[in-house]
Design a protein around this ligand. Structure first.
Ligand code: C2E
Ligand code: MG
Ligand code: MG
Ligand code: MG
Length: 293
């Protein structure tokens, strides 16, 4: 049970000043150097089974640690990276880093953890995305079946040519696809039916209001039911309170992610968490083989 782990890992971001054109340009040129200067970090947040509360996988979440400015939130610099096109190389760096860390943890802990990596719209427009993912899989030695790619529902799907084909080709490779921030975009039900997704990720705006707003609770229940009826997996993000956990578990949401269990952690802390978990529950048991030894 990972609950409470990483509670002391509070993160404070620098307050980014009111945006002027000049400040934006200055930040843009700093971001251009961030990858090369080793200022980007991959953080990891556990995703747990609602039944056992044991870890199933983790979402990779990027951080930018600028030597003078401090820690800059992705909510701030990812949009900048998207506008400037920098997200393509930053996204590839993130993918390769996340897969390499995951492979190391597979080898050390013998645990089939799934790694979820966020993709932005611009990455999905790159004709070579499949090659980029294939290369990351090959170079790190991680089996593609452990790789999940998150696509936010709020992307403008019409602006991405061949989106469905691209996602299908990633699935053919063995990766799974999750629809992130579900319920906050403009998708029609028909589109969702045709969208090649393995999992639906309920947005935190709904999860947050469990126990507060019956309408949001109804949306959460309906999303869980719809996921089940469409044979998709379902995960809730932003799980912060025991009440959220109980509601989601009792209504059949299989997987959970949120501060209740753990905050996003730097790779080294995440590895410590896995080591602590192993001390508590031991390594996963091999299937029983009935032999005559
Ligand atoms: P997201 O993909 O929806 O990620 C979930 C966000 O919710 C993360 O914010 C996470 O730290 C936060 N979160 C997790 N549990 C809780 C909780 O219990 N309560 C609350 N209030 N928040 C929680 P973060 O790390 O600041 O990332 C924000 C967004 O930035 C992400 O939203 C994603 O859209 C984007 N992002 C982060 N990393 C990457 C990346 O590598 N590539 C791309 N393209 N986008 C990224
Ligand atoms: Mg995400
Ligand atoms: Mg999300
Ligand atoms: Mg979100």
């Amino acid at each position: 049970n990972a609950k409470g782990m990483g509670r002391n890992n509070f993160q404070t971001y620098v307050a980014v000043p009111e945006e002027s054109h000049q400040q934006r340009l200055a930040l843009e040129s700093k971001l251009r150097l961030a990858e090369r200067n080793g200022e980007l970090r991959a953080y990891y947040q556990p995703q747990v089974s609602s039944q056992t509360e044991d870890i199933i996988g983790m979402e990779a979440l990027i951080r930018w640690e600028h030597p003078e400015l401090g820690m800059i939130s992705p909510g701030f610099f990812i949009p900048l990276a998207e506008d400037t096109g920098l997200i393509v190389s930053i996204g590839e760096w993130m993918l390769r880093t996340a897969l390499a860390d995951t492979k190391r943890w597979h080898d050390r802990f013998n645990l089939p953890l799934r790694i979820s990596v966020n993709l932005s719209a611009l990455q999905l427009k790159q004709p070579n995305l499949k090659d980029v993912v294939e290369r990351a899989v090959r170079d790190t030695g991680l089996d593609a079946k452990h790789v999940e790619l998150e696509v936010t529902e709020s992307i403008n799907v019409k602006g991405i040519p061949n989106l469905i084909e691209t996602l299908q080709s990633l699935r053919d490779m063995g990766c799974s696809i999750a629809i992130d921030d579900f319920g906050t975009g403009q998708s029609s039900l028909d589109y969702i039916r045709r969208f090649p997704a393995d999992r639906i990720k309920i947005d935190q705006v709904f999860v947050r209001n469990i126990g507060v707003d019956p309408d949001d609770e109804a949306i959460v229940r309906a999303t869980i039911n719809m996921s089940q009826q469409l044979n998709r997996g379902v995960i809730a993000e932003g799980v912060e309170y025991e009440e959220h956990l109980r509601f989601l578990r009792d209504h059949g949401c299989e997987e959970l992610q949120g501060y209740l269990f753990c905050r996003p952690l730097p790779a080294a802390s995440f590895e410590n968490l896995l080591a602590e978990r192993e001390k508590l529950v031991g390594p996963p048991r091999m299937p029983q083989v009935l032999g005559d030894d």
